[in-house]
Write a protein that binds this ligand. Structure first.
Ligand code: MG
Length: 460
């Protein structure tokens, strides 16, 4: 953290390594200065370092003269909704989202409920690195108000966007895997409120994340799949640590990447809004484009990053966005990803269609996705990327974020450096599993060789 504080999704670090309470105080005071001592909401997810870091962050905000409204434990989308609904000047969410337990971090929320723009992050960085925040005097120290849970208001806001009667009549059964994060508290409550019979696993909040890693990837969903089969549920949903993401398991116990569940929601939406635009990052499946074409819709591809998707949705006036990692952005509520909203939409789709989730998903065209990771020191990333760009040969290459190459038969590969970790991510997609593996293997080799070559050079 030399001259930047923010990564792709806010500020992240290991507690008491990069992210000390002293650091948090200064960051929060800089954020408070940026919000000009206004009304700022603060919330935290279920991490062990959450209570201390939110206390220190509140103190930093107060020293910058802010009136702090502390809503305590919250999912990120609940804090985002409340920031906007309570007409705050801004919000501070203490979370490291899907990162391992030792991490924590900050997401800064603007008054519209969306995370702040990169330009505003730079303003906060300038305050932080440029001599500090505006300290209050003894007369104008900010206040802190504890606001009791906002879950009721949030639940009422979400319910408005689905047909509760239709969902109730279908008598849906669902299993929620909170992954020991705050989502295990929020989503079951909201689903029950629309008449879904809810079973839970891993839904006690525990900052050690004892059951599975906080990121809901398909390889950690065995218990959820098993539970779905055991109770005969219509679907299962797994969240990440702050529950803005939702990965779904169908009634046959099969897990699906986010772009497939997004495609269902996209189809449901476009059928009623022919020709509209949907927003998705460059890492998403061709499936998103396939569905859009069917309903005369348009896909607006963006850089990877949930804030970019949100901001582009506002810019191009789109009501729906989605990510392959399980982010669903439902604009009529708020153009931010929201795991509880996604769970409600899937419930409504099952109820309205009268079909099984597995049947609905099986009707979608099949594309196979392979994801790989390769370690790469942060300082070598740029040069590695330049080298890869030169080596890729394909009819269509896009460099909006990393390098994406489309091949003739709708297959593609995307190679991009992670914004939060010292790794390169390689995504490939094709109409057969073998082809997707073949492409991933080939480009893993290319990236691996480039990383080795350039790391050797940079360490010499
Ligand atoms: Mg998250």
């Amino acid at each position: 953290m030399v001259d930047r504080l923010f990564g792709t999704n806010g500020i992240r670090g290991v507690y008491n390594e990069e992210l000390t309470p002293e650091f948090m105080f200064k960051v929060a005071a800089s954020i408070g200065s940026f919000f000009k001592g206004g009304r700022v909401l603060i919330a935290r997810d279920g991490r062990n370092s959450g209570p201390i870091l939110s206390m220190v962050a509140a103190a930093g905000l107060m020293d910058a003269g802010c009136r702090v409204y502390d809503i305590g434990l919250s999912t990120t989308p609940m804090a985002q909704y409340t920031t906007k609904a309570m007409d705050m000047d801004g919000g501070v969410m203490i979370t490291a989202s899907h990162n391992p337990p030792q991490y924590n971090g900050v997401k800064v929320i603007d008054r519209d409920g969306i995370e702040i723009t990169r330009e505003k992050e730079v303003e906060i960085e300038n305050i932080y690195f440029g001599g500090g925040w505006q300290r209050s005097t003894w007369e104008n120290i900010g206040l802190k108000v504890n606001r009791p849970s906002v879950l009721e208001e949030y639940k009422d806001a979400l319910k408005k966007h689905v047909d509760v009667k239709v969902i109730e009549e279908r008598k849906i059964k669902a299993v929620v895997d909170g992954g020991n994060g705050v989502g295990g508290w929020v989503t079951p409550y909201i689903l029950k409120e629309v008449g879904v019979k809810v079973y839970t696993i891993n839904s006690n909040i525990d900052g050690h994340f004892p059951a599975r890693k906080p990121e809901p990837t398909l390889d950690v969903l065995d218990s959820l799949s098993q539970m779905v089969l055991n109770v005969g549920a219509d679907f299962g949903v797994a969240h990440d640590g702050d529950a803005d993401r939702a990965i779904f398991v169908d009634d046959k116990g099969r897990g699906h990447w986010g772009d497939r569940s997004f495609a269902l929601i996209e189809e449901y939406y476009l059928r009623r809004h022919l020709g509209e635009t949907v927003v998705t990052p460059i890492s998403s499946s061709m499936l998103v484009e396939h569905i859009a074409r069917k309903y005369e819709g348009h896909v607006h591809w963006t850089k990877v990053g949930s804030t970019t998707v949100s901001r582009v949705m506002v810019e191009v006036n789109a009501e729906l966005g989605g990510e392959e990692n399980g982010g669903i952005f439902y604009g009529p509520h708020l153009p931010v990803r929201d795991g509880a909203m996604a769970s409600l939409l899937i419930s409504e789709i099952i109820a309205e269609s009268g079909e099984r989730l597995s049947t609905l998903l099986d009707k979608l065209p099949r594309y196979y996705t392979v994801k790989r990771k390769i370690e790469c020191p942060n300082q070598a990333k740029e040069e590695v990327l330049e080298k890869i760009e030169k080596e890729v040969s394909a009819p269509r290459v896009e460099t909006i974020d990393g390098v994406k190459a489309w091949f003739k038969d709708e297959s593609w590969v995307l190679i991009r450096p992670s914004g939060t970790e010292p790794i390169f991510r390689i995504f490939s997609e094709a109409k057969s599993e073998e082809e997707a593996e073949r492409i991933a293997d080939a480009y893993t080799r290319i990236v691996d060789e480039a990383v080795k070559k350039i790391s050797r050079k940079t360490t010499c």
